[in-house]
Structures are given as structure tokens and as C-alpha cells.
Design a protein around this ligand. Structure first.
Ligand code: PRX
Length: 609
């Protein structure tokens, strides 16, 4: 329910005073447990656990319990693509398919704790595969289908996946992009990958490689539609999701079942003021945390219909998404500022052609939203009145952290207030609170239920989150807090860029660049971009004997695409004689950026002249 500021402040104050009591109440009321926890929270700094000793299965909460409550025939998922082909699936049928897939995994020898990598299009079968893993306690790690074979291989190797699930192709802007062949390349000579499950689309029959490849539908056909959910410990791992950091290597962020179930369920419910008959459309892909928490687990746990659309926002026409909102009677619409900036560019006339009266709550995620875009969104899509939930959060937090709930006064461009139970602050490098409106680091003072538990194979990296500024979770973002306590997130404080709402580390791209035979050194910065938020610029020092010809630069770009993904390809490349470095040899990206943007270059005392 929408609420007043007084109500919010009262509940918020209680949740901060005694978070254990607060979360225990929510966990007990909102989530079904096979066995109740013995201890709500334990904190052996920096490690923590929630709902210790509790047993549950997230698929039971997302599926079985709604069926038991008589909602079996309610729509769980709605799939649409750029040809307006539509498929829907009810909660009952989704459970049957999840069970079949889960039994299929078991028949391939997959057990609780085994890693399964998904490299799939945004289709219902991917939801079935994710939930199928969760049903038996296998750990899914979804890799966005835009990543290259090399990037996929790096992730498969890091988590030692036993099984990879893929599809023959995905559809984008009228073109089929092959996925299976990318997987073949990615797993070459990786003996530990025992099986590749291949979803063949539209009745196609591909030649499958006998030793490894298994047909997705064929595997399910043979199985029973019943599979008892594995009774998972609260702290058993649900999934690993890779994300970029400031080092060259992506981090495998680990999330566990209990805290994640409680937090994503509750944030979905409160932030979007969920109602039983909602048609909920979060435009994210399963390859990102937003897809995990607010396309799949959050909406399904709340028993609403969740929409997924395979393809681009503006294809086949600029009003593609508007048409879907009107046709499907979407009530909650949650998207990224990049998508909104793109839609805005196409003009308001497109909005006026469609009926948006079904909409109740709007949202944004992934990057700061410019106030003028916020206002445009509310005026043209939100009938000049709907609440816009600007949600700040991260792969590591797994759920919304800073957001102004419906009913509270919203300030365009400011995410606003910490969610219930979230003790957020803006501090200096020593952890001291910044004065009102002072720019500082956004930190969280205490673990919350869905906080990351680990970085796969790198516990030290996990500890760094809690040690960068002693005693608090370091988000890596700059922020300011105003006189009302509303927080505005300004962007990353580290060498991580945000391109179209996707996180990408400068070091990762630099690694790819210097692996090109003609490149000796590389530095990458983000530059402001009207649509994408940031765009990538690379500075290169070429190896002797190479000239910066158009062909060479095109080849360098292609190389980055092969090494990482199209979204990591620098839009601009400048070849230079040398890069500015500190005396210890570290490239000063800050200086390059300041010069590029014609800003004050700041303190240069560490520069090696
Ligand atoms: O810089 C912040 C930005 O996205 C980063 C997290 O990226 P990722 O882990 O990929 O998760 C994105 C989806 C949750 C943050 O460190 N960010 C996310 N939401 C916002 C945001 N920046 C400003 N405002 C937001 N609402």
C-alpha cells in the first residue's frame, strides 16, 4: 500500500533499531519454510549469515505455494518477441516443466551444489532452466548471451560448470545470433563440462554432437512432472553471477537461498506496491541481476504475471514497447534510463498513439537518471502522475537498496531513501559521515539478507567489500545525501564504467586491447553519452612498426568484441605516444579523463614526468 512519510519513517526506524526482529517478521510472514531458522542473523565480521538453520526452496515459494493457494491457472510468465509472437505459461504448467527439467538434470548426474552455466535467449525455457537448477539445489550461473566465446569460457572455467545450457540462436533486430556455436568454441578441451543441453527453437533439428550435447525438449519429454524440491539450507548457494570490477577479471558474486528469497520477495512487494492481478514487466535480461531478481524470482514469489520480451526496445518500430504496454495491459513497468533516453529521442508522438491506462507504477534501474528524463517518463508514460521508483542497487546487493517508495515525495534524479532495514550512509575515505550535500562514498553499515556472501574462488575479494572502509560495505559509488536524507547516486568511484546500464571494468577492456598483437599499452575511460550514460574511449600505444590505420583500428575493435562482447568495444580510439603513469607504473586514467573532458586535472604530484 502507498504510505505516508510518517508511516514510512516509523517502520524504517523500527527496522533499523532491530533489523533482526524486522527481518524475522518478514521472513515468517512472507516466505514458507520447511524448517524455521534457529538464529536470525550471525555476523563473524566480515562474514555473515541470515536465517541460520532454516530450510526452504525458492521454487516452492515461487511456484508450489501459489498452486496450493488455488492460483495454479494464473499466468506466471508471458513471453513476447519482436514478431509479436506470444507464449504464456501458468503457474501449474511452469512447475510441471521445471520439475521435468530438474529431473532431466538429475538424469545427467547433476547434484546439489553442481554448477550449471546458462547461455540462453530471454525465453521461458531459460526461466525453466534457472528454476530447474534451484529445484534440486544445482547452482546456476547465467552468462548474458551477448558475451563472446572467450568471456563465456572464462566464466565456465572459473566456476567449473558441469553442464552448460544453451539454445541454437537468439533473435535481435531481425537477425538470428548463433549461441550453440559460441558454446562449442567456449568449451573446447574443457573436459569437466560433461553436457551441453541445447534448446532447439521453432521445431528446428540441429545435428547435435553425440558425446556431449543433449536436446532440451527431448531431455524433458522423458521425465516425470513431479520432483520434490530439495530442502535447501538458508545459506546454501542459489546462484553465482559474474560482474565486472576494477581488476581485469570478472567476479563471481555468490548469493544464498534464504536471505535472497526474503529480500527479493519483499522489495518487489513494497517497491512496486504489488497487487495480485499485476502484469509486471521488467525489461531486463536474465543475464543480469535485474533479470534474476525482478523478472524471475521477485515477481514469481509474489504470484504475479511476469513479462519477458526477447529483442531490442525499438525493433521492429520505435513504439514496439509502447505497443506491448497497451496490448498486455502492463501495470508495473521497470526499465533502464538508457532505454528511456532512447525512447525519448524517438519523440512523444509515439507515446500518444498508445493507451497506457493500465500502468500503476513505473521504475528505473542501472544508472543515474537525468531529472529531465525522469520528468519526461512521468509525463509521457506515467500520465503525469505515476510514481517512478528510481532503484539504486547492485549485483552484490541482489535487491533494491535506495528507493523512494510509492506514496512518498519523489525527487527527479534522486533515488531517495534507504529501504527498510538498510542502514546506508555517505562517508569520506575514513568512514566519517559527510556533511549534508557533501559528495562521498555510498556505504551500507550492516549486512542485509540478500548481501553477497562471497566471491567465488576469491574470498579475499569478498572481504575487500567490507574492508575498503573498515566496518562497512563499500559500494564503489559516489553519492550525496540532502537535508531530507534523500540520496542521489552520482556514479562509480572506481575504474568501472556504466555503459547503457551495464557495468564494465576499464581493466577488463585494457586486458583485451593489449592482447592484440599491435597494441603495446592501453588505457580506457568512460565519457558522458547522451543516450548510453557513458561511452568507451581507449588510448593506445602501438607496438613499433604499426600505424594507426582505419583497418588496424577496426581490427582492434573486432578483437575486443571477440575477447569480451560488443558492448565492451570502444567507440573512440586514440593512438598516443605514451600514457601518463604514476612513478610505480600505474596508468593514470583519471588524468586522461580530466584532459579529455577538459576538467581540472587535480593533484599531479604522483605523475611520473
Ligand atoms: O553505479 C551503480 C549503478 O549500477 C551499478 C551496479 O551495477 P550492476 O551490479 O550491474 O547492477 C545493475 C542493476 C542493479 C551501481 O554500482 N546503478 C544501479 N542503479 C542505479 C545506479 N546508479 C544510479 N542510480 C540507480 N538507480
Amino acid at each position: 500500500m502507498s504510505q505516508s512519510l510518517e508511516q514510512f519513517q516509523k517502520v524504517y526506524a523500527e527496522s533499523i533499531k532491530d533489523p533482526e526482529k524486522f527481518w524475522a517478521n518478514i521472513a515468517g510472514e512472507e516466505i514458507q519454510w520447511f524448517q524455521k531458522w534457529k538464529k536470525v542473523f550471525s555476523w563473524d565480521y566480515p562474514n555473515y549469515q541470515w536465517f541460520v538453520g532454516g530450510r526452504l526452496n525458492i521454487t516452492h515459494n515461487c511456484l508450489d505455494r501459489h498452486i496450493s493457494a488455488g492460483k495454479g491457472d494464473t499466468t506466471a510468465l508471458i513471453y513476447l518477441n519482436e514478431k509479436y509472437k506470444k507464449k504464456t505459461i501458468s503457474y501449474r504448467e511452469l512447475l510441471r516443466q521445471v520439475n521435468k527439467f530438474a529431473n532431466g538434470l538429475k538424469s545427467l548426474g547433476v547434484k546439489k551444489g553442481d554448477m550449471v552455466v546458462l547461455y540462453m535467449p530471454l525465453v521461458i525455457e531459460q526461466a525453466v532452466a534457472m528454476l530447474g537448477c534451484a529445484r534440486i539445489g544445482a547452482v546456476h550461473s547465467v552468462v548474458f548471451a551477448g558475451f563472446s566465446a572467450n568471456a563465456l569460457r572464462e566464466r565456465i572455467e572459473d566456476c567449473a560448470a558441469k553442464v552448460v545450457v544453451t539454445s541454437t540462436w537468439t533473435l535481435r533486430r531481425g537477425e538470428k545470433k548463433e549461441l550453440k556455436s559460441t558454446v562449442e568454441e567456449a568449451i573446447e578441451n574443457l573436459g569437466f563440462v560433461r553436457h551441453v543441453i541445447v534448446l532447439q527453437r521453432d521445431g528446428e533439428k540441429f545435428e547435435l554432437i553425440k558425446e556431449k550435447e543433449v536436446d532440451f525438449k527431448g531431455l524433458m519429454e522423458k521425465q516425470s512432472g513431479v520432483c520434490e524440491p530439495e530442502e535447501m539450507d538458508s545459506e546454501d548457494v542459489l546462484f553465482v553471477l559474474y560482474t565486472s570490477g576494477s581488476t581485469g577479471k570478472p567476479k563471481g558474486i555468490v548469493h544464498t537461498v534464504g536471505g535472497y528469497s526474503v529480500y527479493t520477495h519483499y522489495t518487489t512487494k513494497k517497491v512496486f506496491d504489488i497487487r495480485e492481478d499485476d502484469i509486471f514487466w521488467c525489461t531486463a535480461d536474465f543475464g543480469w541481476i535485474t533479470g534474476h531478481s525482478y523478472v524471475l524470482y521477485g515477481p514469481l514469489s509474489n504470484g504475479v504475471a511476469s513479462v519477458m520480451v526477447e529483442g531490442a526496445p525499438d525493433y521492429p518500430a520505435p513504439d514496439h514497447w509502447y505497443k506491448i504496454i497497451a496490448q498486455e495491459k502492463i501495470s508495473v513497468f521497470y526499465t533502464s534510463p538508457t532505454a528511456l533516453r532512447m525512447l525519448r529521442k524517438y519523440g512523444e508522438a509515439n507515446c500518444k498513439k498508445h493507451n497506457f491506462s493500465s500502468l500503476r507504477v513505473l521504475g528505473t534501474v542501472g544508472e543515474p537518471i537525468n531529472p529531465e528524463v525522469w520528468l519526461w517518463y512521468q509525463k509521457n508514460i506515467g500520465a503525469d502522475k505515476l510514481p517512478i521508483e528510481d532503484t539504486w542497487w547492485q549485483t552484490e546487493t541482489a535487491g533494491h537498496m535506495i528507493v523512494t517508495l510509492p506514496g512518498l515525495r519523489q525527487k527527479p534524479g534522486k533515488a531517495g531513501k534507504p529501504f527498510f532495514g538498510i542502514d546506508a550512509d555517505v562517508v569520506d575515505a575514513s568512514g566519517n559521515r559527510m556533511p549534508v550535500n557533501g559528495k562521498g562514498f555510498l556505504v551500507i553499515r550492516k549486512p542485509w539478507p540478500s548481501a553477497l556472501r562471497d566471491c567465488l574462488n576469491n574470498h579475499e575479494r569478498f572481504e575487500k567489500y567490507w574492508n575498503e572502509i573498515k566496518g562497512v560495505y563499500f559500494s564503489g559509488d559516489f553519492a550525496i545525501k540532502d537535508e531530507d536524507g534523500d540520496i542521489q547516486v552520482l556514479g562509480r568511484s572506481d575504474d568501472v564504467m556504466n555503459v547503457s546500464g551495464h557495468r564494465i571494468g576499464s581493466a577488463e577492456i585494457e586486458n583485451a586491447l593489449v592482447s592484440h598483437p599491435a597494441v603495446s599499452e592501453a588505457a580506457v575511460i568512460g565519457k558522458p553519452d547522451e543516450i548510453k550514460g557513458e561511452r568507451i574511449k581507449a588510448f593506445l600505444v602501438l607496438k613499433p612498426g604499426n600505424v594507426a590505420s582505419e583497418d588496424l583500428l577496426a581490427d582492434v575493435k573486432y578483437h575486443v568484441k571477440r575477447e569480451i562482447a560488443s558492448m565492451a568495444v570502444p567507440e573512440e580510439i586514440e593512438c598516443v605516444a605514451s600514457l601518463p603513469k604514476t612513478r610505480s607504473g600505474k596508468i593514470m586514467r583519471r588524468l586522461l579523463k580530466a584532459k579529455e573532458l577538459r576538467q581540472d586535472v587535480g593533484d599531479l604530484s604522483v605523475l611520473d614526468k
